[in-house]
Design a protein around this ligand. Structure first.
Ligand code: N01
Length: 484
């Protein structure tokens, strides 16, 4: 099968849905969204582990064009967020544009536009290609001696196996990030034993993560759309504090860091507290938020092991100090290969330039969304996106409106191909590097998935106002346009 479209979007996760809704709103219907998974929702489709929830408040973790008044909790659960994505797709008429279970294996820029091939052997040709492929997609499977010899289930949180039964079992959780914290908080209630293997403890900021939103509030917000919009706008405004405390060393940062330290002091046993105490500053890694983890860690059926893992046998994990513990299940909460972006897809731009060659020194883009050598190609939440400091829905919507302008100009025959200049891309990356120097991610003394292999940090070091300024209207001086 071969199909011609104006736009092909890869990925029907949060940002692909935002891009599709933006195109539809602009009456551009000649597009398709190709999605590898069997459903929309991206991370909320792939992640189904016990305790999955969002540690961003529900009234902030939503699209501005689809504010939901009646979230059931202050911090929604994974399944509710996934239902929300399905509802948005349905309500914004996106279903006919989405092809699920359709994995893109390669995309090549040719004189007549992009040629996109899928695993099933279908071909899509398009004028524009947009990668909405997400950041936290490829599971990081740890290289631990003997892991493949364990005879019980070994499951990564981002590829959860619904047939795995944890109730009444002895469960090992490897990893202490946001996922590991949510898992331990949930599993200990029904498992016989939960043992968390902690290579690096994380700071945990308290938040009302298990509190229900009063039904009366949902009903009121539904009846008063103006108030509902005001709640969203004020949540967005208040979230500016995140960019502020991570990028600027002020009393506000110190206050939040003090709150994290005070929360840790709620752990009474000094030996356990020592195991849970990081040796770097709060906010340095992607901040974990939980109102339940420290309580869970103090339960009699929960153990934190901080001695490192030596090896895994058919039935047990042997810690670096030689202690052997038997388990029924091993859960890998070991995070993601966060810098893969659209790879392993074979992406080839102008003059045969591959993305692997273009990114030989690490992911690099112009203002998160455009890459020199890749004409009529844009990324949603590409390199240097503000993961953990600015609303990702806000970022995706802003980026989609920016890309839309380029598509509309193409349709008005202003150009046939557009790509950012090397100079503009270098200038942007230098600005980023300079600004990153004073952020907590650089000065906080930690390592995290924010870091590229070469030690640079793949984050947005500016505030939301700066991002809005950079992505409201394309600056033509920063692009090469091919005409005719
Ligand atoms: O992954 P992580 P995550 N041996 O990379 C450890 C988002 N998220 O899935 O720190 C032993 O943070 C690793 O140890 P270390 C959120 O953005 C959002 O928890 O490298 N341990 C670390 O402890 C988050 O930041 C929500 O020393 C090994 C852990 O595995 C991002 O997803 C919920 C190891 C990985 O932590 C990723 O979180 C959940 C090894 N060989 C996640 N390899 C929301 O609520 C790795 N580790 C929105």
């Amino acid at each position: 099968m071969s199909v011609r479209k104006t736009v092909v979007i890869i990925g029907a996760g949060m940002s692909g849905i935002a891009m599709g809704a933006t195109l539809r709103k602009a009456n551009i219907d000649d597009f398709v969204i190709l999605e590898k998974g069997s459903d929309v929702g991206g991370v909320w489709h792939w992640n189904r582990y016990p305790g999955l929830a969002c540690d961003v408040p529900s009234h902030l973790y939503q699209y501005s064009f689809a504010t939901k008044p009646d979230w059931s909790r202050v911090f929604a659960t994974g399944p509710e967020i996934q239902r929300y994505h399905r509802d948005v797709v349905e309500e914004h008429g996106l279903t006919p544009f989405i092809r699920t279970s359709t994995e893109v294996t390669s995309a090549r820029f040719t004189p007549t536009g992009w040629v996109v091939e899928t695993a099933a052997g279908d071909t899509y040709e398009s004028d524009f290609l947009i990668a909405a492929t997400g950041v936290l997609h490829h599971p990081n499977i740890p290289d631990i001696k003997g892991l493949d010899t364990f005879t019980g289930p070994v499951v990564h949180t981002a590829r959860w196996d619904d047939s795995v039964e944890t109730d009444g079992r002895r469960v090992a959780v490897i990893g202490t990030g946001s996922t590991g914290v949510q898992l331990v908080s949930a599993l200990h209630k029904h498992a016989a034993q939960v043992t968390q293997f902690s290579r690096t403890p994380q700071w945990v900021l308290w938040g009302p993560t298990d509190i229900k939103q009063p039904a009366i509030l949902g009903a009121a917000l539904r009846r008063l759309p103006g108030l509902n919009r005001a709640v969203y706008s004020s949540s967005l405004w208040a979230s500016g504090i995140l960019a502020d405390i991570t990028t600027r060393d002020t009393w506000r940062r110190s206050l939040v860091q003090a709150a994290a330290r005070a929360h840790l002091r709620t752990v009474r046993d000094p030996i356990l507290r020592a195991k849970l105490t990081p040796n770097y500053e709060p906010l340095c890694k992607r901040q974990v938020v939980s109102g339940t983890f420290y309580k869970a860690a103090q339960q009699p059926n929960v153990e934190i092991v901080d001695t490192g893992i030596d090896r895994i046998t058919e039935t047990s994990i042997i810690a670096a100090d030689g202690t052997e513990r038997e388990f029924d299940i091993i859960i890998l909460a070991t995070g993601f290969k966060a810098h893969s972006y659209m790879r392993p897809m074979n992406l080839v731009g102008r003059d045969g330039l591959t993305i692997d060659d273009a990114w030989a020194k690490g992911p690099r883009a112009y203002r998160m969304t455009a890459i020199p050598g890749f004409p009529n190609f844009f990324t949603m939440l590409g390199p240097n996106s503000p993961i953990g400091s600015i609303s990702l829905q806000y970022t995706a919507e802003l980026t989609s409106r920016y890309i839309l302008q380029m598509i509309q100009r193409f349709q008005r025959a202003e150009f046939t191909a557009v790509e950012p200049t090397e100079d503009a891309t270098n200038e942007f990356n230098e600005q980023v590097r300079d600004a990153l120097g004073s952020t907590i991610w650089t000065t906080g003394g930690c390592n995290s998935w924010y870091h590229n292999d070469d030690g640079t940090i793949d984050l947005w070091p500016f505030d939301r106002k700066t991002m809005t300024r950079m992505l409201t209207v394309p600056d033509d001086r920063h692009y090469h346009f091919t005409r005719g």
